[in-house]
Design a protein around this ligand. Structure first.
Ligand SMILES: [Zn+2]
Length: 199
């Protein structure tokens, strides 16, 4: 009788522990930059940024879902979603992280490389993980982790990182991003690896 009691206590403890461990894994809110009338980038760009942010976001979603994560997209197609709504999607969940995907543009065609942004201290480690993996996966220039008060970083209450995954305005880098599904898959896998390493 006593043994059964101990066994039940142990069983309940194990169930509780596994339930809380599963609960500890955050929902990943994937934010594909721009969309709809907002093409992103700069006017006259060869490539529309919104197309490639969504493509990488979908690849990231597939990777994380196969790893058992709960994933939410702030947009799942080519339509406009305001910045405030994007933040609300993340903030409406108690336990979430926010992964914002962009591509860079510059007036100087020669500019290329990876930049990763965060704003609040709680996101610093997440940003570092994203950045190092993107630089490694692409072999592109390390333009460093930076802090900046971008709207979606300032107004999300969960760990939030914005990755600029390369310059569409650079002939070589833009060509790789736009021309190769394999390259975009590498970007998505690098982001997934960073998320999986920390959450
Ligand atoms: Zn952008």
């Amino acid at each position: 009788m006593k043994k059964t009691g101990h066994f039940l206590t142990l069983l309940i403890a194990m169930l509780w522990l596994s339930a809380s461990a599963a609960g500890a894994r955050p929902t990943v809110v994937i934010d594909a930059g721009h969309g709809g009338h907002d093409r992103g980038g700069v006017s006259g760009d060869r490539y529309a940024e919104k197309i490639y942010t969504l493509d990488v976001a979908k690849r990231l979603r597939a990777n994380l879902r196969s790893a058992g994560y709960n994933v939410v997209m702030t947009r799942g197609g080519d339509y406009f979603v305001g910045l405030d709504e994007r933040c609300c999607i993340a903030n409406s969940r108690g336990n979430a992280i926010f992964m914002c995907i962009h591509f860079n543009s510059a007036p100087r065609e020669g500019a290329y490389g990876i930049e990763t942004y965060y704003y609040t201290r709680q996101s610093a480690g997440f940003a570092a993980a994203v950045h190092s993996r993107l630089v490694r996966a692409t072999g592109s220039m390390d333009r460093h982790v930076r802090t900046r008060a971008y709207y979606v970083l300032r107004n999300t209450r969960v760990p939030a990182v914005l990755a600029e995954c390369g310059f569409l305005t650079n002939r070589a880098e833009g060509g790789r991003i736009a021309g190769s599904g394999g390259y975009r898959q590498r970007l998505a896998d690098a982001l997934a690896s960073a998320i999986r390493s920390r959450y």
